[in-house]
Ligand binder design. Structure first.
Ligand code: ADP
Length: 617
């Protein structure tokens, strides 16, 4: 959605004209200052003396350090040189006494120009350039010097309108917010029974889940104007403007009441105060204070409701969450399978799809995707169809779009040597084999050695259904599967010939293991059922402030992580060593076909077995 009216006004056109004129004047001034000398040819002083001694020169006109040369037979100088004023012409080697030396008083014309320039024109020019730069940085074409004005965009016209029916799924959020719509539409109903209308509602959920959209739908349903601003815009560029932007925003909103103010990414201004170091956060704190002051200043009946979005409600300042401020909370979750299908339907509503397009299968595959991801997949599939010059979208477009969004576009022309191809095939077959045999691991969906994004190949696993909770067994099986690639390389090529291809796998394995020990209470013995992390404060604060555990515990955590990773590597090794035949078979098929789908993988691994040594106790 674009902010309204950014058209150049007459006033801004006039300003551009003045700007161009000043620039032209500066250019002219420079030209005038230097044109006099630049018409003459510049030579060295030694050359001048040489010509003079040779009798080619009739007169030298000396003006300070500048020496102009009038040749014999000429009346005007044709060359000039710069001399050292401390050395006389005789000392410079001039012996020809016939040359007339015409010492002139140093005229100041060039210098005068320059001093006029630097004293007057240049500063004015620079000032003008700065003003224009500031204004364009503000993005507000015609409001000169409006730093303190809020940049909230107002959406009120029919064209931009979003209603609850445009939002698929999110039933709970819609239900919770239906009340807010009612407050806005019939405030007197609530006033009559002495109910206080809430001032602030916090929408909490991961990015792309439709928080902005829901907020706009509340305004759309209630038929009231909608002011939208992002938390980071309050404190953007100039120190000291945050608080005045807040004041301005609330004033505008009050004038337009009943209305909704939507603050996206409220955590940018609303983090806990006092958690920063030094005075670096003053600006943010002042902005936050101003928001609190304005919220408290709302009188009942003013009917301006604030909606704010964040994905980190835990870092918000408690003062923001007190009664009378953002005291209501609506959770906006990632969509489950049914909702994903609904969202896909919404985004394919106006797109011409072929009969074979299977949105339900796509919904099943996209566990963990947000509404924004799904919207992106829908759009990408339309682009794919258009690029095929097709008028309709086929299921293949949808599948390719999903793969592109999930792991980046396929790089078919990324040339691999045969050796690299073989190595990648073993590596991916290793992931697939271990993943296939580990009882808790998700199912193999597809294996490919076509490189995508930054990866050499991909083995894709898809959970059978939306899983919200994971067991220790699941974590351990996934760890083994992540290491399966490197272990396959090690078994086939030997421990010293493994490659950097597994670098990101190893990082991922350590991250998983650390997550188990630190966040999930899945360490062993007395680390079990304990958590050792703190999400409070920003990254930097966490680094500087004390860790919530001792150095000794830190060492034990490191040890546990290493143990988990090495246990997983051993299990992966046991699986691959016991099923080498099947690893080879998938590798062969991969080299032949490059991409192998789930059914074929299952067929190849039909007789593979999990050895006892790879089982968990
Ligand atoms: P957030 O504010 O939570 O980051 P947005 O509201 O900006 O997310 O959502 C981004 C886009 O994702 C929306 O413009 C919309 O196209 C799509 N989207 C997200 N959730 C849904 C949904 N439930 N139904 C339909 N579209 C959705």
């Amino acid at each position: 959605m674009k902010p309204k009216n950014n058209k150049p006004t007459n006033q801004s056109r006039l300003k551009s004209l003045i700007f161009i004129t000043i620039l032209a004047l500066i250019g002219l001034a420079f030209y005038a200052a230097y044109s006099q000398t630049s018409a003459l040819e510049k030579v060295t002083i030694t050359r001048v003396i040489e010509q003079a001694n040779n009798g080619e020169v009739s007169k030298l006109i000396v003006e300070g350090e500048k020496v102009e040369v009038v040749k014999k037979g000429d009346t005007e100088p044709s060359e000039y040189a710069i001399r050292d004023v401390n050395v006389s012409f005789a000392d410079q080697g001039l012996v020809n006494k016939d040359v007339e030396l015409d010492f002139q008083e140093q005229s100041d014309s060039g210098g005068l120009w320059i001093s006029v320039l630097s004293g007057l024109v240049l500063p004015i020019g620079i000032l003008l350039v700065l003003v224009i730069m500031f204004r364009s940085a503000q993005g507000q074409g015609s409001q000169a010097m409006s730093f303190g004005k809020s940049k909230a965009r107002l959406y009120g016209n029919e064209k931009d309108k979003v209603t609850f029916s445009d939002i698929a799924g999110n039933e709970n959020a819609k239900e919770d917010l239906a009340e807010v719509v009612d407050f806005l539409r019939h405030p007197e109903k609530f006033k009559n029974v002495g109910a206080k209308i809430p001032k602030g509602v916090l929408l909490v959920g991961p990015p792309g889940t439709g928080k902005t959209m829901i907020a706009r739908a509340v305004a759309g349903e209630a038929k009231v104007p909608f002011f939208s601003i992002s938390g980071s815009e309050f404190v953007e560029m100039f120190v000291g403007v945050g608080a005045s932007r807040v004041r301005d925003l609330f004033n505008r909103a009050k004038k337009n009441a009943p209305c909704i103010i939507f603050i996206d990414e409220i955590d940018a201004v609303g983090r806990k105060r006092g958690s920063g170091m030094g005075g670096g956060h003053d600006e943010r704190e002042q902005t936050l204070n101003q928001i609190l002051v304005e919220m408290d200043g709302f009188e009942q009946g003013q009917n301006v409701i604030l909606l704010a979005a964040t994905n980190r409600a835990d870092v918000l300042d408690p003062a923001l969450l007190r009664p009378g401020r953002f005291d209501r909370r609506v959770n906006v979750e990632l969509p489950d399978r049914r909702d994903r299908e609904e969202i896909l339907k919404v985004h394919f509503k106006n797109k011409p799809v072929e009969k074979n397009v299977d949105l339900s299968a796509m919904a099943a595959k996209t566990a963990g995707s947000s509404g924004a991801d799904l919207a992106n997949i829908a759009n990408e599939s339309a682009i794919k169809a258009a690029r095929r010059n097709s008028k309709t979208i086929a299921n293949q477009d949808l599948v390719e779009a999903f793969e592109k969004v999930a792991i980046g576009p396929a790089r078919k022309n990324n040339i691999m040597t045969d050796k690299e191809k073989e190595l990648t095939a073993y590596h991916e077959a290793g992931h697939a084999l271990v993943g296939h045999l580990m009882p808790e691991s998700d199912m193999v969906h597809k294996v490919t050695i076509v490189s995508r994004g930054h990866t050499g190949g991909v083995t894709w696993f898809i959970p059978p259904e939306d899983q919200h909770y994971h067991s220790i067994k699941w974590y351990k099986d996934v760890l083994a599967r992540i290491l399966g690639g490197r272990i396959a390389e090690k078994i086939i090529y030997g421990p010293e010939d493994v490659t950097t291809g597994a670098g990101s796998d190893l990082q991922k394995a350590v991250d998983y293991a650390r997550d188990m020990v630190i966040k999930q209470g899945m360490g062993s013995k007395d680390l079990r059922d304990m958590v050792f992390h703190s999400d409070e404060g920003m990254m930097f604060d966490r680094m500087v402030h004390d860790r919530p555990y001792s150095e000794e515990t830190a060492q034990r955590i490191d040890k546990e992580v290493a143990q988990l990773v090495s246990e997983a590597a051993k299990r992966a090794e046991a699986v691959i060593a016991a099923n080498l035949k099947y690893l080879e078979a998938l590798k062969e098929t991969l080299i032949k076909k490059e991409t192998v789908e789930a059914d074929e993988v299952v067929e190849i691994f039909k007789n593979a077995k999990l050895p006892a040594s790879a089982k968990l106790d």
